[in-house]
Design a protein around this ligand. Structure first.
Ligand code: PLP
Length: 399
């Protein structure tokens, strides 16, 4: 079996019903049974290859799930209607009243808001810690801790989690390590680095076309079965189900992910490197100046590079807004949240994707108002883009 994530995706062979080169799209919410007994067996999870109802599973969703499990080297996976649908199902499956989560403090604002504001309704508490400090992580563990949660590359500070060391801590204390790998698909194989469960928002790089939201949970057969259990599975009972038509289209896009990731990484490295040489305050894990550069290199699948996300700190929110508006007017990208698009996307995280995090906490974690996060696009001529962006930087006075 292949040891490379892209090969593993490509080794999967599915034919459509009539020999199509893409699997047929399942267009049914419910499924017939020739024998009543098989229906009962399917309810109880003992009828391999049979489908019951599309909130539980459907052929199209299984094709996509299997491809994502292959990519993440996990036994299986379950796709969801959004990244948040995947994340919240995992939290609510793993934790009950009285349980405790340790989470990285620099994470996507929606995930932060769920743990901080919503999970307490179920008496689930969270300690937000600096995930790059292994001592702080271990010190936060209580007898009720059920999981350590982190983003492998954090949003938006681009800190890198030391997964092998976090996995050791998790194992020692018999708790699970749950990792959001949204920023770095293919680049990191989280399960190989010690994660128990790997989550993605498919909305970003994996789908890459910004036409839908989607999510996935990759893990052991046992855990994914528990998520889908008809009696007490969070995915089954909360119902964040992806539609089959979307699953089919995301699967087709997944097949070009390796080419796109290489190009995103190549372009981001070029911009980061040149803007740093120009004297700008750049954070990008591909730069030697990034504090986790060596750690990144010790964990990554080299051929996909250092990813497509970089940040530039231009000092103030006013300057950040001015720069983003100008770059949009010059057609260098879009002033929009999200990432992984063919076009560069930029936003100021403090007032957008991280706005759920209170301002004093943003300050503590080093999230300044002048930070612009860029998801670097697939520009064919990045030198031309660099020159045009540089002109904008000069025009607003940050260069
Ligand atoms: N995880 C990360 C790292 C994200 O950036 C996001 C969205 O921005 C999510 C999860 C949530 O995903 P979705 O918007 O697909 O629900």
């Amino acid at each position: 079996m292949s040891n490379k994530p892209t090969n593993k995706i490509q080794d999967l062979q599915y034919f459509g019903e009539f020999g199509g080169v893409n699997p047929s799209i399942s267009d049914s919410a419910t499924y017939t049974f020739l024998h009543a007994k098989t229906m009962l067996d399917t309810f109880e999870g003992h009828a391999e290859g049979c489908y019951l109802y599309s909130r539980h599973s459907s052929p199209s969703n299984l094709y996509l799930s299997e491809a994502l499990a292959a990519m993440e080297f996990t036994e299986t996976a379950n796709v969801a209607a959004s990244g948040m649908g995947a994340i919240t199902s995992v939290f609510l499956q793993m934790c009950g009243a009285g349980d405790h989560i340790i989470s990285g403090r620099t994470i996507y604002g929606g995930t932060y808001a769920f743990m901080k504001n919503f999970a307490p309704k179920f008496n689930i508490s969270t300690s937000f810690v600096d995930i790059t400090s292994l001592e702080k992580v271990e010190a936060a563990i209580t007898p009720n801790t059920k999981m350590i949660y982190c983003e492998l590359e954090s949003n938006p500070l681009l800190e890198i989690a030391n997964l092998p060391e976090l996995a050791k801590i998790a194992k020692k204390h018999h708790i699970k390590l749950v990792v959001d790998n949204t920023f770095t698909p293919l680049i990191f194989s989280a399960q190989k680095l010690g994660a128990d469960v790997t989550i993605h928002s498919l909305t970003k790089f994996i789908n890459g076309t910004n036409d839908t939201v989607g999510g996935v949970v990759c893990g052991s057969q046992e855990f994914i079965d528990s998520l889908r259990n008809v009696n007490d599975g969070a995915a089954m009972l909360l119902g964040p189900v992806m539609d089959s038509l979307r699953a089919a289209s995301i699967l087709k896009n997944l097949r070009t992910l390796h080419i796109r990731m290489k190009k995103h990484s190549e372009n981001a490295l070029y911009l980061a490197d040149n803007f740093e040489k120009d004297g700008l305050k750049i954070v990008y894990p591909g730069l030697k100046s990034h504090k986790d550069h060596e750690l990144f290199k010790s964990m990554y699948n080299k051929e996909y590079g250092f990813g497509g996300i970089m940040t530039v700190d231009v000092g103030t929110l006013e300057k950040a807004n001015e720069l983003m508006e100008l770059m949009q007017n010059e057609n260098l990208g879009y002033l929009a949240v999200s990432l992984g698009f063919y076009k560069t996307l930029f936003s100021a995280p403090g007032t957008s994707t991280s706005s759920e995090i209170p301002v004093d906490e943003q300050k503590k974690m080093g999230l300044s108002n002048g930070i612009v996060r860029m998801s670097v696009g697939l520009d064919n001529d990045i030198e031309r883009t660099y020159r045009a962006m540089r002109k904008c930087m000069k025009q607003v006075g940050v260069l």
